[in-house]
Ligand binder design. Structure first.
Ligand code: NAG
Ligand code: NAG
Ligand code: NAG
Ligand code: NAG
Ligand code: NAG
Ligand code: NAG
Ligand code: NAG
Ligand code: NAG
Ligand code: NAG
Ligand code: NAG
Ligand code: NAG
Ligand code: NAG
Length: 668
């Protein structure tokens, strides 16, 4: 019923946006319903602090008496934007200092957590001084001093005179083009029978979705590069690219476009908000930065404009395919086609007589090594070739498509000959090592570089050697758990049919991130060490600065799309979902439901499996005019729309057309 209701509304109002149905899952949506948010509790205080009129769900007027009396306000989850407050009673010399942090372990009246640059002192950013004389009445933070991601705001008195303030609020700056941040185009819901929190899987889906929203920012809110001095602290007023809103890597930092990160963040965006304009703007930015002579793409967007990464070059090209598949924007593909093909030729030009790409521009997701005939870079190259075939076919560039098909076919064999190590049943990092990396092995399964199911199974099993109780430790970045590469590994387990393994990894790694009190407990960490500390990349770029890591990094949101694509089982196989597949992975659950709207309409799946009655049931709704299929996760006797009982096995594919269908399978 809701379906017809929203469809009618959309037609009447001429709205581009359609909403997911309302339901119990809405309680888990982290996105605030208003763009002005208020702290609800006092987390810590020290010195002389008096709180008046504290009402439920909001903090009353606060008086700080004496230099360095301070109070920490808790917004309850990750937020980002400009602070306002009312100064009710000040003297000429009253002054305050504001400090911000995502993690509660960096609540410090004398410094924020770090965003400008990593520094071993762990307090480069310092405080934002609001100097005497304070205004009497409303005060709003300067736009330059925007803090893009934080949960805790500490306000310290900075003079011996009293200061009384009230109505502290944050005007959310992310998702500037959207009024209702919680009005999602997609949803997900299940009960987790294994985790101690039965809503864990639903929460993690929404945590990923909200993380990507916090990474979707206005054009002129990038971090200043080079970093401002530690006396200034931080500045977020740099232009981020061609147009805004634009998707960046993290809320607090770097606040720049990073195409590798988009490899995980954009599928999240598609299944949750279907808000693809920030992605188009980010990709456009990367192409605008292409080297006109060589065709090399930058590693990141401005103002960072980092150069020198063959893998991130490939990720931009992969991003084009994701954007095209989700949006159906053929016109945009045509508009960048000459740059796109030039960038593909840049990679083709690096293929040497061995048939492999020689990776020479070594910057990457932080891993070490990665050069020469490297398995990760070559896996990305293969994915680019396969994707390029789809894009070429979409715009009738058939000769190019044929060339890429032929090269991809040969390349797959070359790849397996070069990297497959039968002795351990995994791919090696390069041709001079026996190290089996997490990145290339996950990608090989995910991108179908494996030659058969048993090889994919072997890789899936082999990857578990790197697990500890907090997740998968990457051999190619020692002592590190990378939820970015972990998100690829998660999909590889599902893709190879090892659903229990996927769920196990999800509960360990993302369970840790969501619940540890080191984290912001709402959005998802950039990374952590194998013992769970925040000293991510301590010796590889981050100068032992645990205060620098981001607690809202879209590249860590892998479970969001994986739960929709694999557990609900719903995926699009042609732009906007003109064709689709429904292939639920039961994953030890009693059922799951979810879906998303595209401009074609609503795509939704509900499935359940009543163990007592041995009945698998699925409801599938897709727009009229589309076509797809259902892949059975069980064997038995199937009834489709109440008719034609047929005997099926696990994996049987049933063709369907758009509309509503009910499938019931009596399990044999
Ligand atoms: C808390 O206040 C006490 C005395 O007022 C002071 O000695 C101490 O340093 C303060 N602690 C912090 C963390 O500000
Ligand atoms: C304002 O602050 C002064 C000095 O701290 C105090 O005497 C006065 O009562 C305060 N006024 C109000 C309205 O709270
Ligand atoms: C302090 O404020 C009062 C008015 O509230 C004003 O008369 C006085 O000149 C100010 N003193 C200074 C030093 O600015
Ligand atoms: C407040 O404390 C800071 C740091 O301890 C000090 O530099 C400053 O002079 C103090 N201000 C007053 C008015 O006491
Ligand atoms: C194509 O690349 C050039 C740089 O080589 C850039 O100036 C131009 O803006 C790009 N065009 C598009 C449509 O991306
Ligand atoms: C080959 O792989 C090993 C193991 O990851 C690494 O130490 C080495 O640096 C790599 N070689 C190159 C050229 O990157
Ligand atoms: C890759 O290219 C670099 C630079 O030309 C060269 O030094 C290196 O030997 C090549 N690696 C391989 C595996 O051919
Ligand atoms: C692509 O080719 C097909 C078949 O030749 C044709 O029907 C279609 O109109 C062409 N599309 C475009 C955009 O040129
Ligand atoms: C296929 O590979 C060959 C050899 O590397 C290369 O010369 C050719 O340009 C490639 N074709 C395409 C369409 O990329
Ligand atoms: C994966 O590659 C094999 C050939 O090696 C092919 O038969 C199979 O259809 C591919 N799978 C997918 C999902 O494309
Ligand atoms: C169906 O096959 C998939 C893929 O091999 C497997 O993961 C799943 O456990 C099977 N389901 C049942 C009920 O056997
Ligand atoms: C399928 O839809 C019917 C009718 O709305 C409902 O009774 C049933 O519970 C649904 N099945 C699942 C698995 O949600």
């Amino acid at each position: 019923m809701w379906l017809q209701y929203t469809a009618v509304l959309a037609v009447l109002a001429g709205l581009a946006h359609s909403s997911a149905p309302a339901g119990p899952w809405d309680a888990f949506n982290y996105a605030p319903s208003s763009k002005t948010v208020f702290p609800s509790t006092i987390r810590e205080q020290n010195g002389s602090v008096a709180v008046a009129d504290s009402a439920v769900g909001s903090v009353g007027a606060i008086t700080l008496s004496g230099n360095w009396s301070w109070v920490t306000l808790d917004f309850g989850k990750e937020v980002g934007g400009l602070i306002s407050m009312n100064f009710n009673n000040v003297t000429n010399s009253s002054a305050v200092a504001l400090s911000f942090t995502e993690s509660p372990i960096f609540i410090r009246p004398w410094s924020s957590d770090d965003s400008s640059t990593p520094s071993s002192i762990e307090h480069y950013d310092g405080v934002m001084h609001v100097l005497a004389p304070l205004p009497s009445g409303l005060w709003t933070q300067d736009a330059m001093m925007l803090r893009g991601g934080f949960r805790f705001l500490t306000i310290a008195s900075n003079s011996s005179d009293d200061v009384t303030f009230s109505n502290v609020s944050c005007a959310i700056s992310f998702m500037p083009h959207v009024e209702r941040l919680d009005d999602y185009a997609g949803y997900f819901y299940t009960k987790d029978p294994v985790s101690s929190d039965e809503d864990f899987l639903t929460k993690i889906w929404y945590a990923g979705a909200y993380t990507v929203q916090t990474n979707t920012v206005p054009l002129n809110t990038g971090r200043r590069v080079p970093a401002v001095s530690s006396a200034v602290g931080w500045a977020n007023d740099a232009a981020l690219g061609a147009a805004g809103p634009i998707i960046v890597d993290g809320a607090k930092r770097d606040r720049a476009v990073w195409p590798g990160d988009m490899g995980i963040a954009v599928p999240t965006q598609f299944v949750s908000t279907n808000d693809l304009l920030p992605t188009k703007n980010a990709l456009q930015t990367m192409f605008a930065g292409m080297n006109p002579f060589t065709g090399a793409l930058p590693e990141s967007g401005p103002p960072l404009s980092q150069q020198g990464s063959d893998t991130y070059h490939a990720w931009t090209l992969i991003g084009v395919h994701n954007y095209w598949l989700y949006s159906g924007d053929d016109d945009w593909i045509r508009s960048i086609w000459s740059n796109y093909t030039k960038a593909v030729r840049f990679l083709v030009g690096k293929v040497d007589s061995s048939g492999l790409v020689n990776i020479t521009r070594l910057r990457d997701w932080a891993r070490v090594g990665g050069g020469g005939h490297n398995a990760e870079g070559n896996a990305l190259y293969y994915k680019v070739l396969k994707n390029s075939v789809d894009l070429a076919n979409a715009i009738n560039e058939t000769a190019l498509a044929d060339g890429w098909v032929a090269n991809a076919t040969i390349f797959k064999e070359t790849y397996n000959n070069a990297f497959w190590l039968a002795s351990i049943g995994m791919y090696r990092d390069n041709t001079t090592t026996v190290l089996a990396p997490q990145d290339a092995n996950s990608m090989a399964v995910l991108f179908n570089l494996t030659l058969n199911a048993s090889q994919a199974n072997s890789v899936s099993k082999g990857l578990t050697v790197n697990w500890n109780n907090l997740g998968a430790v990457a051999p190619e970045l020692p002592d590190t758990i990378s939820p970015f590469i972990g998100g690829l590994e998660l999909q590889a387990h599902f893709e190879s049919g090892n659903d229990d393994r996927a769920m196990d990894l999800l509960r360990r790694e993302w369970g840790y991130m969501l619940y540890t009190n080191l984290s912001v407990e709402s959005t998802l960490l950039e990374g952590f060490t194998s013992n769970g500390s925040l000293l991510y990349r301590a010796t590889v770029g981050y100068s032992r600065d645990a205060a620098y890591i981001s607690h809202a990094h879209g590249w860590s949101s892998g479970p969001t799309s994986a739960l929709t694509f694999y557990v609900v089982g719903l995926r699009v196989t042609a732009p906007q979902g003109r064709s689709w597949i429904v292939a639920p992975h039961m994953s030890g659950l009693g059922g799951a439901e979810g879906g998303f709207a595209t401009p074609l309409g609503w795509f939704g799946v509900q499935w359940s499996m009543s163990r007592g009655e041995y009945i698998f049931q699925a409801n599938i709704t897709t727009p009229e005019g589309t076509e797809g299929s259902f892949t059975s996760p069980v064997a038995g006797s199937a009834t489709v729309d109440g008719e034609s009982s047929m005997s099926i096995v696990n994996g049987t594919v049933i063709a369907l057309i758009g509309g509503s269908h009910t499938i019931e399978i009596a399990i044999s």
